[in-house]
Design a protein. Structure first.
Length: 433
């Protein structure tokens, strides 16, 4: 059978299964093993299932994923998100648009120890949204800020998506984490600037909050010491070479557990909730990862990555033209699947193209994760928007998308800046040993 037709049939079958709501990991595994079996025979295909599954769940490098997920889960049930928002709200919530700025800053702080966009969006839908509505903020702005702030989870370390990209492309996880720091801070700064512009253009639209006495502000600010210490210890140790990324995950999870106990924020039910949440999420990620690896073997045996590389590099549109096509593809895929599935499915195909064109793999990882995150909030379908809708059912999809549009424009500007100035992503990794 013609391998090109078989590969095309595989992609058609994959998207058909996803439209039928078959879990992405299962769909990729089923199509991958079936296609591999057609070419290599059923025996090698079945052997591949066992080998791939066992090798993935026992690989030391992959241990970074459940460890950081456990750290995020422990931090989440400890109520850190509420403390971060309360501290930011105390300092600037009384200003016009201040609650929006406080939400962005708190989302960034929470993302820096959680690493999940969906978790950040879901958490702040219940923490920040009621507070903004209480002071008269419009529904569209309130949900738009939360949707945009949620995307910071995939950029600021420890980002699970960046970790998976590093594993798939055999890049240094620590350097990928460091590469996300300045772009993540740039995102926060641009989101804040967007809110300030909205306040300037429509001064009566965003009200001010309640001014608190300085003694209360200081007390609220003191409560953020725990997440700050945890972040500095984990990321500082990683940057300084004190431990590997997998060890950093273990240290982070242990640190989150100890800090939660010391501060009296963890009890038996919350610990159980965190363990179950981290286990479920890690199991879902590993299912997608195993399925994607099986699908990747099928694509490799059909030589699909090499053929796509030849096709794209031969278009004559230049390296940045090819990069633009890849980014458009990710924006479209953002309407069909979540960030993790997109990265796992497409990176093995796209990465050879990128290296052939001479782009830096660390920089490209940041660019792609940013593009994928933009796909999570842009119309007509955005995963973060659906998450917010599930937590705040009284708000319509139209209202949320209306509120998120200014931040979509901000994200596009950020992408342009990072493409024009790669040093923003590469400076910190370049300082590592």
């Amino acid at each position: 059978m013609n391998t090109d037709l078989l590969a095309l049939a595989g992609f058609v079958a994959l998207f058909a299964l996803m439209l039928l709501r078959v879990p992405v990991g299962m769909a990729m595994g089923l199509v991958g093993i079936t296609g591999y079996g057609i070419i290599a025979g059923p025996g090698p295909a079945l052997k591949l299932v066992g080998q791939t599954s066992m090798r993935t769940v026992t690989d030391y490098t992959f241990g970074v994923i459940p460890m950081f997920m456990l750290m995020g889960a422990l931090v989440s049930v400890s109520g850190v998100s509420r403390e971060l928002f309360k501290a930011a709200n105390s300092m600037i919530g009384h200003l016009r648009g201040g609650l929006g700025v406080a939400t962005v800053l708190a989302c960034g702080g929470f993302a820096a120890i959680c690493g999940s966009s969906v978790a950040t969006a879901a958490t702040f839908s219940s923490v920040a949204y009621p507070e903004m509505r209480r002071f008269g903020y419009p529904q569209s702005f309130s949900t738009g800020v939360i949707a945009a702030g949620g995307t910071l989870g995939a950029m600021l370390p420890p980002s699970t998506v960046l970790a998976v990209y590093a594993i798939l492309t055999q890049q240094d996880i620590g350097k990928l984490f460091m590469a996300g720091v300045l772009p993540g801070l740039l995102a926060m700064a641009l989101y804040v600037l967007t809110i300030l512009i909205i306040v300037k253009v429509r001064p009566g639209w965003l009200p001010g909050g309640e001014a608190k006495p300085w003694r209360e502000r200081a007390a609220d600010l003191k409560n953020v010491w725990a997440p700050l210490v945890l972040f500095i210890f984990v990321i500082g140790g990683l940057y300084g070479g004190l431990f590997t990324p997998t060890e950093a995950g273990g240290v982070g999870a242990s640190g989150a557990f100890i800090l939660g106990l010391v501060r009296g924020k963890l009890d038996a039910p919350k610990i159980k909730e965190a363990l179950l949440s981290a286990t479920r999420t890690a199991a879902a990620v590993f299912t997608v990862l195993i399925g994607a690896l099986m699908f990747g073997y099928f694509l490799t045996i059909t030589q699909t990555p090499q053929k796509i590389t030849e096709f794209l590099t031969g278009l004559g549109v230049g390296r940045y033209g090819v990069l633009a096509l890849i980014m458009v593809m990710y924006l479209v895929l953002g309407c069909l699947m979540d960030a993790m599935a997109m990265i796992i499915l497409t990176v093995p195909i796209i990465f050879p193209v990128v290296t052939q064109l001479g782009f830096d793999p660390i920089w490209f990882g940041v660019i792609i994760v940013m593009t994928v995150e933009l796909g999570l909030i842009h119309p007509p379908v955005g995963m973060n928007v659906f998450v917010i809708k599930s937590v705040v059912p009284e708000v319509s999809f139209t209202t949320i998308f209306k509120g998120v549009l200014p931040f979509v424009a901000t994200d596009i500007l950020r992408l342009v800046i990072l493409i024009a100035f790669p040093v923003i992503a590469l400076w910190l990794p370049g300082k590592m040993g």
